[in-house]
Design a protein around this ligand. Structure first.
Ligand SMILES: Nc1ncnc2c1ncn2[C@@H]1O[C@H](COP(=O)(O)OP(=O)(O)OP(=O)(O)O)[C@@H](O)[C@H]1O
Length: 478
């Protein structure tokens, strides 16, 4: 993809070179941080004379190389940059959500140019992750996580007074660090100032460029919001911003009518299957559509985008959290009671009550899906359960035998007090016992609440703080 205007000299704003001031105290230091001035000979040595084995990639301004500096203590990326405000801007902004500047060096091959040394991102770009056919595309949790990281990075830039406007938000400028966090890089087109100060030609990348940004005076942080909206659609659908193999080629023209019609299932990336929470996915793409509104003023601010995405992320994470919690509790119980007869075990997890379930007259506090881990020779199944099932369970409080409604044989169930409750029954000493009862027997402790077991596990460090809080909220039934 090419820049609409890629003459960096004209594209970079130089109108107001006053220092940056932040309106809100940021989490990370924002004062001009130490920028190292490297000797050209050091860069040559660090990149092995810009050899092919240190080559990382090629952009429209030149190649990027991996550099090993300070005797191996610092790994960085070195790239050529045209005369621009990139170094000045980057030296004032530093955040874990950005590819930060380490230093620079005068380019001996062209005195007008500089080589900039930035943090090395070992896991490539978001563009490669989403579109490469050689690797497995990232799953939903990762995608939403990347979107939140990126939104926070842009919010950070916009929170300056005057704001920093990136102007080139796209998946190839989002790089992934060693901890698999997404960071925004390439500030070659970045501008700081207000629209009125802008005297530079509109610039950006086709497919991501705000249609409202036609003249220098049109520039605003909302142009970044628009590009971020395109990127959100790219993350959700796995489609390129512009792909001539599709009709319409633009992800915007394809997805927005589908969102308007409520055809959300058409949008998600089919390569990774349906999102774990369709309602959260709907919120994600509706947020993308609001970032793409044709009137810039009607688009949300990046602070609002972060708020919305954070909520979406919680919904996406919830099913994963539950699976992880179930695994941890099972493992913890196995560690504590090695003699537990797993083949006789019955595990029931009931997920959160859905609105449709309530509407259908099913049990109000329990959803329609139950997951069961059956005795060893049975496979794990899920099925819908109606009100009758739970009515009976309410009457028969405590532990009861229940005829199996799927397959043959009997299973043990525990009383379900609340939605999202989970019960474990084990066969021990000829009796069915909950892990809580078993624990009481073993340790002769007087535990009076169903949460005590989990609290104990937390004390042992088996369950982390977050999990502990979650379990207290949800009151596991043992
Ligand atoms: N800090 C970095 N760490 C690791 N790899 C990097 C880093 N910066 C860039 N790269 C790699 O180099 C490639 C080229 O980067 P560059 O920013 O010059 O261009 P681009 O963003 O791909 O395209 P354009 O210049 O058109 O915006 C990237 O795709 C990426 O794979």
């Amino acid at each position: 993809m090419r820049y609409l205007t890629c003459n960096a000299e004209t594209a970079i704003a130089t109108c107001h070179p006053h220092s940056l001031k932040k309106t809100k105290k940021p989490k990370s230091p924002t004062q001009a941080h130490t920028v190292q001035h490297f000797a050209y000979s050091d860069i040559l040595a660090a990149t092995n004379h810009f050899s092919a084995d240190t080559f990382l990639g090629k952009g429209s301004h030149g190649s990027v190389y991996k550099a090993t500096l300070h005797g191996g203590a610092l790994i960085a990326a070195v790239k050529k940059t045209k005369p621009s405000k990139e170094i000045e801007i980057l030296s004032h902004v530093k955040s874990p959500r950005l590819v930060n500047l380490i230093g620079f060096c005068n380019d001996r091959t062209n005195n007008n140019n500089k080589l900039i040394v930035v943090e090395y991102m070992p896991n490539g770009s978001l563009h490669d992750l989403l579109h490469s056919t050689k690797i497995r595309p990232p799953g939903w949790t990762e995608r939403v996580r990347f979107a939140v990281h990126l939104a926070k990075g842009i919010r950070f830039l916009h929170s300056f007074e005057p704001p920093v406007i990136h102007r080139d938000i796209k998946s190839s400028n989002v790089l992934i660090d060693e901890k698999w966090n997404a960071r925004l890089g390439d500030f070659g087109l970045a501008f700081r100032g207000h629209a009125a100060d802008s005297c530079v030609a509109p610039a950006g990348t086709l497919g991501y460029l705000d249609p409202c940004y036609l003249a220098p005076g049109d520039l605003s942080p909302k142009s970044d919001v628009f590009s971020f909206g395109i990127l959100l659609l790219e993350i959700a659908s796995g489609r390129h911003a512009i792909d001539v193999r599709h009709s319409p080629p633009s992800v915007l023209d394809w997805a927005v009518p589908l969102i308007r019609r409520g055809d959300f299932r058409e949008i998600y990336d089919q390569r990774i299957g349906a999102p774990p929470d369709m309602a959260a996915f709907r919120r994600l793409v509706v947020l993308a559509a609001s970032c793409l509104r044709s009137t810039a003023e009607r688009r949300p601010t990046m602070a609002e985008v972060v708020e919305c995405l954070t909520m979406v992320r919680k919904n996406f994470d919830a099913p994963v959290m539950w699976r992880r919690m179930k695994r941890r509790v099972v493992k913890a119980r196995e560690d504590l009671f090695p003699d537990w007869d797993r083949s006789e075990e019955s595990v029931r997890v009931v997920k959160a009550g859905s609105r449709s379930c309530r509407r259908n007259g099913k049990v109000s506090s329990v959803s329609g899906v139950a997951y069961e881990s059956r005795p060893a020779n049975h496979t794990v199944r899920s099925r819908s359960v109606g009100p009758g099932f739970f009515r009976e369970m309410k009457i028969n409080s405590g532990l009861e035998w229940y005829p199996s409604q799927i397959g043959s044989g009997y299973r043990k169930v525990s009383r379900l007090k609340r939605s999202r409750s989970m019960g474990f029954l084990g066969h021990y000493g000829g009796e069915w016992k909950t892990c809580h009862e078993r624990y009481k027997d073993t340790h002769d402790n007087n535990y009076d609440t169903v949460n005590s077991m989990e609290m104990e596990l937390a004390k042992l460090g088996i369950v982390d703080k977050k999990m502990e809080q979650k379990m207290q909220e949800k009151a596991l039934v043992c």
